[in-house]
Ligand binder design. Structure first.
Ligand code: GDP
Ligand code: MN
Length: 356
């Protein structure tokens, strides 16, 4: 699950990492911050700076118009619900640092580059990549300080604390990615997280009380055709693609791709149903679940909740198999919600019903 920048920065701050003073703006109005401020569109994608999603405001009089414009600005298919306003940082240098899980060697790696910022992909010299061991944090910080070009003792010490805090933030929150770009080095010789991209492991959802704007099941949602007629809900990227293909092969127009992943629960699935309901021409929803980590009963509960809570829910074509299938079929039977055995049947019924 991807976090929005302000959510990720909240977690950073809880781990003792410096972030700019900020406030959230839902509609244009006063800001309690000192000018100049930076307005940042809170969409779950990167590269906002290059697409007009990050704006520096020097005069209070410019605020309202800028906020209004950002609230309707589409960035890679996303429009924000909220704008993050931050006091503008003075930047001496922009660095790059991230923590990732390296799946093949099952370790947490630290990746760093002297030059961060919006052009980071265009760096020609290599990123420093090393296995992160908290016992070795002092030596690692020394190395990165040299890479960054800060030869003073203070910088190495500050980086040591920063990396220890980032590591704690990463592990405590079951993150799979934590990227700080830019890591701002200020004229006062401090390091501040200018931006933060964070992804959490959906499979760890059960041990947290996550209440973020994005829900696990929504993060693997891709809009294919806003005017499509058949929505799809599946689990696993492969099955989700096969489901989309089956809809398209039958001559119907798939509206979306959705892989609900392993951490899907009733709330996140309901969020996905609600997202589907924003498409104007949906005539049916094909639900194709082959449950392993996902549980069929959880999906069934979400389907029942969706039927109760969402007005004008289009017909559902449901195929469930795998973990807790029996329980799911009882739940659905009790609510008179029919299930089908195969994806082919789902497609055939949808096709029959939408034939005009
Ligand atoms: P992204 O493009 O989505 O990664 O958004 P960022 O939050 O990383 O912002 C993009 C760029 O805007 C940064 O690399 C900075 O150069 C600039 N920027 C963002 N915040 C500040 C700030 O507080 N002060 C200054 N001087 N520049 C900023
Ligand atoms: Mn950035």
């Amino acid at each position: 699950m991807k976090l929005l920048e302000y959510e990720a920065k909240d977690l950073l701050s809880q781990s003792g990492i410096l972030v700019p003073l900020s406030s959230l703006i839902y509609k244009s109005g006063e800001s309690p911050l000192q000018f100049p401020v930076v307005l940042k569109s809170q969409v779950p994608v990167g590269g906002r700076g290059k697409l007009g999603g990050v704006e520096i405001i020097t005069e209070p009089s410019e605020m309202a118009d800028a906020v209004d414009a950002l609230l309707v600005l589409d960035i890679k298919g996303h429009v924000p619900n909220v704008i993050l306003a931050e006091e503008k940082l003075d930047i001496a240098h922009e660095h790059y640092v991230s923590f990732v899980v390296d799946r093949s060697s099952a370790v947490i790696q630290l990746i760093a580059h002297k030059n961060g910022g919006v052009e980071v992909e265009n760096n020609t010299d290599k990123f420093l990549k090393l296995d992160f061991d908290i016992e070795e944090v002092e030596a690692i910080a020394q190395k990165v300080a040299v890479l960054f070009g800060h030869t003073d003792e203070l910088s190495a010490t500050l980086l040591q604390y920063l990396f220890a805090d980032l590591y704690e933030c990463f592990t405590e929150n079951d993150a799979t990615l934590l990227e700080i770009n830019p890591l701002v080095y200020t004229p006062e010789k401090t390091f501040v997280a200018g931006d933060c991209k964070m992804e959490l492991d959906d499979n760890a959802a059960f041990r947290h009380e996550w209440n973020f704007e994005q829900k696990p099941a929504e993060t693997n949602f891709v809009t294919l055709d806003k005017n499509g007629t058949i929505a799809t809900i599946a689990n696993g990227a492969g099955l989700a693609m096969a489901t989309v293909d089956a809809v398209a092969d039958s001559g119907m127009a798939p509206a979306n791709f959705l892989d609900i992943g392993g951490g899907a629960n009733t709330e996140s699935l309901l969020a996905a149903f609600n997202r589907i309901m924003t498409f104007p021409h949906i005539q049916g929803i094909v639900i194709n679940i082959f449950a392993g980590i996902t549980r069929c009963d959880e999906v069934a509960r979400a389907i029942i909740a969706a039927r109760q809570q969402i007005e004008n829910l289009p017909p559902l074509y449901i195929r469930l198999a795998g973990t807790n299938y029996e329980e799911a079929s009882e739940l659905l039977l009790f609510e008179d919600i029919p299930m089908l055995i195969t994806l082919e049947e789902c497609i055939a019924e949808a096709k029959e019903a939408t034939k005009s």
